[in-house]
Design a protein around this ligand. Structure first.
Ligand SMILES: Cc1cc2nc3c(=O)[nH]c(=O)nc-3n(C[C@H](O)[C@H](O)[C@H](O)COP(=O)(O)OP(=O)(O)OC[C@H]3O[C@@H](n4cnc5c(N)ncnc54)[C@H](O)[C@@H]3O)c2cc1C
Length: 553
């Protein structure tokens, strides 16, 4: 444990020297004893300690000081560390002020000067107070803090980013947590610079970009090598599996992810159909295990970094990143999966992250506590999210155009949902409007047969209405099907342009695209079976063909 602080403040250098000497000689092994002649300097130090999550056990301050009197100083200090023990050093003539302070600042003790001998007049008092402080002291959260407004999209993105990257953090709502105010003040920030991220070492980032935050928490954003054997775009289950098998087989492997490793699976609250986990596991846990495994084999991961373009030059694949940097690789596996389809309702954008969420059930569940939640969509992911949120929210409403869930969701999920009393399925219904000042507070539901509309209160709306492939950035380099999925293997040979584009004497391998050495795996591949197990299998299989390609070239 880090040693707690004792701060001593006295503008009289001689008195400060004396109290410092006495306190240090007895307590220096168990406390960090710091002295200053300036009350303002002490207040600055106190704020710094707060940001660094240090513990402040006691402040001993003189009453008569030029910058401010001791009582006013202690009052200010207490706003930041409300549990620190406060001791006022007084001359006999200041006793009245000290007695008053017992009530106003809840002064713990006033100590008359001089305090000689300390064994009689100082140490017994300080011992008692420190013992009492220890008995009530609870260590603060040691890691990262995010301070912002609950319904701010920016706060939501930061939370989602850290959750997805498996970085623990403490969320502090600027509106409802008095401690959040202390942090904002200590960081000399204002409400316009929120969200704030306070790092472990006390460094503060005001409204940071994801790349700035990624850098600050040590996520790698620049490659270590000049050329890789295989570069994998997207760290969902397919990309993670490809990276595990790539590095395990001794290939120089680079995995690039634009936001959070884990992909869609990372946002799943409970995966129940993954082999080897009979009681299910969360997407976060699956991702954590996969990252640990792939790092152990030597994969390099760059995140958050978005691949903007790929091309081919002198036989090497050239990958352009969103920050303008370029990376070379002998082969590429594209495993960019799919992204959520947006709900097309006028004005909904303004609520995204402020009451409307796409697949963030695990991240925002706590914010739904005792609230009324609507979920649009009746597939497996919507059902999983409903089950997860039902333990937080007062009421969950699954809104679907069809009559019920039987046609769209797996049996076991439909069964589980029917047993949860606070989940209602609103069949034959759609959400047609969203309302609120800055955050969502109502939705309009429409009966699909009669057209009848009802406006109802809503604290959150989660959208699970399908997805589209993440291939727009490929810029015609690869052949894609009419829905945007990457064509591979035999499928390519049916394309009109196949013979003009494919010049090798062999056919494309099963996961190979129209460009030799560029492969696709997982949900983004045309004809792939969506799902975690299939994505993992496809990632592993892509590496088999990467090896074949490397042996030939
Ligand atoms: C909420 C939810 C619950 C689910 N539950 C289950 C379940 O219980 N069982 C099951 O079998 N399936 C489940 N699925 C489906 C399953 O998660 C997907 O089939 C699987 O994640 C597909 O994996 P993937 O690696 O192909 O793609 P994705 O998981 O979509 O991952 C693609 C990754 O690529 C990244 N990326 C995209 N473009 C770029 C770029 N240009 N540069 C860098 N990175 C990029 C994305 O950020 C993303 O992380 C669920 C899906 C959701 C949304």
């Amino acid at each position: 444990m880090k040693l707690p602080y004792i701060i001593l403040v006295d503008d009289d250098r001689q008195v400060l020297g004396a109290i410092q000497r006495d306190v240090r000689s007895k307590y220096r092994d168990d406390y960090r004893v710091v002295g200053t002649e300036s009350a303002n300097e002490a207040l600055e130090l106190i704020k710094e300690l707060k940001l660094k999550n240090e513990a402040l056990a006691m402040i001993i301050s003189d009453q008569k000081m030029p910058e401010m009197d001791g009582v006013s100083f202690l009052e200010k200090a207490k706003e930041t560390f409300e549990n620190a023990k406060l001791v006022l050093l007084t001359a006999y003539s200041d006793i009245e002020a000290a007695i008053k302070a017992i009530n106003t600042v809840k002064l713990d003790y006033y100590l008359l000067k001089p305090w000689n001998p300390p064994e009689e007049k100082l140490y017994p008092v300080v011992d008692d107070l420190l013992e009492e402080w220890h008995s009530h002291y609870k260590p603060d959260h040691e890691g990262i803090r995010i301070i912002g407004y609950q319904w701010s999209p920016k706060s939501h993105h930061l939370k989602e980013f850290l959750t997805g990257n498996l970085v623990p953090f403490l969320w502090m709502d600027a509106e409802h947590s008095p401690e959040a105010e202390t942090y904002i003040e200590s960081a000399k920030a204002s409400s316009t610079s929120l969200p704030l991220v306070v790092l472990k070492d006390g460094k503060v980032l005001a409204d940071p970009e994801l790349s700035e935050l990624g850098n600050a928490i040590g996520l790698r954003q620049k490659p270590a090598e000049e050329v890789y054997d295989v570069l994998i775009v997207g760290a969902g289950p397919a990309g993670l599996a490809a990276s595990v098998y790539g590095s395990c087989e001794g290939l120089k492997t680079l995995l690039i992810e634009k936001s959070n490793p884990g992909g869609q699976a990372g946002s799943s609250a409970r995966i129940e159909n993954y082999l080897g986990f009979p009681s299910g596991l969360s997407g976060g846990e699956l991702t954590r295990r996969a990252i640990a495994q792939t790092l152990r084999f030597g994969t390099e991961i760059l995140t958050p970094q978005e691949v903007k373009k790929i091309g081919v030059h002198d036989g090497y694949k050239v990958v352009e990143m969103s920050d303008g940097s370029v990376i070379h690789s002998k082969t590429i596996v594209v495993s960019t999966g799919v992204a959520y389809t947006k709900l097309e309702i006028p004005g909904i954008e303004k609520f995204t992250g402020a009451g409307v969420y796409y697949g963030s059930a695990a991240v925002e569940a706590n914010a739904c506590r005792d609230g009324i939640v609507f979920l649009v969509g009746g597939g497996n992911s919507a059902c999983q999210a409903a089950l997860h949120l039902s333990t937080f929210a007062r009421e969950i409403n699954i809104v679907i155009r069809k009559d019920g869930l039987r046609q769209t969701a797996a049996n076991y999920l439909v069964e589980n949902i029917s047993k949860v009393p606070n989940i209602k399925v609103l069949g034959n219904t759609e959400v047609v409007a969203v309302h609120g000042e800055n955050i969502l507070d109502e939705v309009t539901l429409q009966n699909c047969s009669t057209g009848e509309q009802t406006k109802v209160p809503a604290n959150a709306l989660f959208v699970y209405i399908g997805s589209r492939p993440g291939t727009a950035w490929l810029d015609d380099l690869l052949l894609i099907d009419d829905k945007g999925y990457i064509l591979t293997g035999r499928e390519l040979t049916n394309e009109k342009t196949f013979h003009s584009k494919w010049k090798l004497n062999r056919e494309p391998y099963f996961p190979e695209s129209i460009v030799p050495g560029i492969f696709a795996s997982g949900d983004v591949r045309s004809g792939a079976l969506a799902g975690i197990s299939s994505a993992v299998g496809e990632g592993a299989m892509a590496i088999r063909f990467v090896r074949k390609y490397l042996q030939e070239n």
